[in-house]
Design a protein around this ligand. Structure first.
Ligand SMILES: [Zn+2]
Length: 387
């Protein structure tokens, strides 16, 4: 790969013909049409937060360097931004009056409202740009290894770069477009932000059964995303059909895996909802995120709920009482050992060798209360399980 250092290009040059697409949140073109600011392998513009974009303008006004910018030379007259898209889009948006910065008196000022010398200072700033020429794979390899200034690319953004092509473009149109009206519905079940590719990543994660890069490489040149879309929508419809309640703990669960495991089972949404409400209001359930899988699996695996256990004081008190009674009766202090016929019939267990057990099982309504606590030897407690 060849690189050429360019130091004569100014902010004004880049901003000539700058186009920003508000809907897609992308800086599109600059440098009089010669520069593509957001090629398809780039991430969406994420500096429009009133902080990072403002910091870019403040740097320019103070004469601080903006850092290195990299262009890929596509041909003699065409360039793509490899690194620097966020910074370029920030000053492009400012120069075209898309946002304001505070002046020394704390007043919000748009570009057109600031003093002419300050306008000139920004426009005449020379940038430090490396033009890179190389094969697509060389450039992408390199793109993957450089540490992008500001916010590093996350995993999905890197994969989008590596497998750029029609499939990624269509995938981003559907899943990384914050203007897509479905995003809000999806957010009930999927965590993260569309701009940072979290929805695309989730859709790929589900359809590929957790093997995203393999899936992306196989579908790289597909001109449709039908399978991806259909599978994602099927999972979402399944979840929202089974669970009519929308609860914050649902966000980000492995719905794809749960769909695979349980979509063949019939559920009555009204019953499911009743169970959800009951478990939600149960003070013994420590892990509410486990409620959904617990119900899907037939309300058996209480480990998923991390049910609150007896505290140490309760265990000690019950142990002392049981042991005293057992000594009087000359039997084991584990009531189940005491009923048996083997060598443990008279064994007196030490506290660390015993576990607390719900006499009446928690899942059958038994409380985590001293009155419902008995100490069993570890073997019997395990054998009793979730009766
Ligand atoms: Zn026992």
């Amino acid at each position: 790969m060849n690189t050429t250092l360019r130091t004569e290009i100014t902010v004004a040059d880049i901003c000539e013909g700058f186009v920003y697409n508000e809907l897609e949140g992308k800086g599109l073109f600059g440098l009089a049409g010669k520069l593509t600011i957001q090629p398809e392998y780039q991430r969406n513009y994420i500096y429009a937060d009133g902080k990072k974009d403002v910091a870019v303008i403040e740097s320019l006004l103070k004469g601080y360097p903006l850092g290195l910018i990299y262009f890929v030379k596509v041909n003699a007259d065409k360039f793509e931004v490899l690194d620097g898209q966020q910074r370029i889009t920030s000053f492009g948006r400012f120069v075209t009056n898309k946002f304001a910065v505070k002046d020394e008196n704390g007043m919000e000022q748009y570009f057109s409202g600031i003093a002419a010398d300050k306008q000139a200072l920004i426009l005449n700033t020379r940038l430090t740009i490396y033009e890179c020429e190389g094969t697509e794979s060389e450039i992408k390899q390199w793109f993957r290894t450089i540490n992008i200034a500001g916010i590093p690319l996350n995993d999905q953004e890197l994969l989008n770069a590596i497998f750029s092509g029609p499939f990624v473009t269509l995938g981003k149109e559907e899943f990384s477009n914050s203007q897509n009206s479905n995003i809000q519905k999806w957010s009930a079940y999927v965590a993260g932000s569309a701009n940072r590719q979290d929805f695309l990543e989730c859709a790929l994660h589900w359809v590929s059964k957790e093997n995203i890069s393999d899936y992306m490489s196989r579908h790289r040149f597909d001109t449709n995303i039908n399978e991806l879309k259909t599978y994602f929508n099927t999972v979402i419809e399944w979840v929202s059909g089974v669970f009519t309640d929308v609860l914050s703990e649902m966000r980000g669960l492995e719905w794809g895996q749960l769909y695979e495991k349980y979509h063949g089972t019939a559920y009555n949404p009204a019953n499911v909802s009743e169970q959800v409400q009951k478990l939600y209001s149960d003070p013994y359930v420590k892990n509410r995120r486990g409620i959904f899988e617990y119900i899907l699996g037939g309300s058996v695996d209480t480990k998923l709920l991390d049910v609150r256990v007896f505290d140490e004081a309760t265990k000690k008190a019950v142990y002392a009482l049981q042991t005293a009674q057992a000594e009087t009766n000359g039997v084991s202090n584990c009531p189940l050992c005491a009923l048996g016929h083997d060598a443990n019939k008279n064994k007196s267990w030490k506290l660390p060798d015993m576990d607390a057990d719900h006499v009446s099982a928690w899942s059958k309504g038994g409380a985590t209360d001293i009155k419902n606590c008995q100490m069993l030897c570890k073997t019997h407690n395990r054998a009793k399980g979730n009766r």
